[in-house]
Design a protein around this ligand. Sequence first.
Ligand SMILES: [Mg+2]
Length: 345
Amino acid sequence: MYKIDLIYLDKFQGCLIGVAIGDTLGHPFEGMIRERIYSRFNDFKEFIRSNKKLFSTYTDDTQLTLHTAKALIQGSGFNEDYFIREYVEWLEDPPIGPGFGCLSSIQKLKYGISWKKAASNSGGNGTAMRVSPIGLFYNKDTKNLKNSALRSSIITHSHPAASAGAIVVARAIAFLINKTIETEFLVDEFFEVIISSISNSGEEIWDEFIKILNKIRNSLNISLEAGLIKFSQVGVKTPYFIEDYLGKAFVHPYTLSTVACAIFIFLKNLDSFEECIFQLATAGGDSDTVGAIGGSLAGAYFGKGNIPHDLIQLVRGYKDILKIGEELWLKFKDIDITKANQNYL
Ligand SMILES: [Mg+2]
């Protein structure tokens, strides 16, 4: 087996287990302000060790990510029918801590309502949190990556913020699995790539997202707390239930704010997976989803080999997740080889 193949395997597994670790660690803090989370411990690692029961499960973010991976494996790529079938299957898992947008639309899909009618007009982060397998699978095919991320999003969320978030996260993952911590990457290049994935759309919310991404690029020198205060509710038009949390580090479950915070925290912590995932999971607000999305970026960049074993083993059913990562990688390799042969012929 070629060395490059094994690097990809490490990255595929790292990304999926990264989602699950971030989700598992963030879950107990969902709905809390960052300040309050930090009042509970001096040393997060020690807190995890002595409170293992608190971290006994992941949530809908990981569940739906695994269903996305399975749909890609079964369909040898994006196929709407397989995606719908897998998301409906999720209802039997059963869902853990689901968001309203996901649950209501997928319940309608279950009863045979077409996705065009079933999709909720939610701009929630429910599609960006499950999209990482698309970034992995289409990492060499940016056109299909964008198309698949978009279509995987609109079958449950018709709001353009959701599809913008799904495309950006998938594109970021495709970029990161082709980098290594030894060679690092240029932050400017990272932004150019993800911004170009949603440029020239004529879609107002996509353009707004580009402005937010540029703001993050220019804010990487501010402290983590200051950045979270700045981006926690960015783009949110109607704060509804979070009025008490405005101006605090409390990430709103809107796609733009969640993806913005996940990217910001990830880029502030490029030296250590562990530090990165700890910061993600304790971001405040929708911590499990910040953990899941940021965990997908960190896992894709660091790879499984650079993730501490004790964190992998903390995840419920981690062996199954690694297995799905391997199966997705095998499918990716198959398709890649087929394409190479077609080009050769
Ligand atoms: Mg969740």
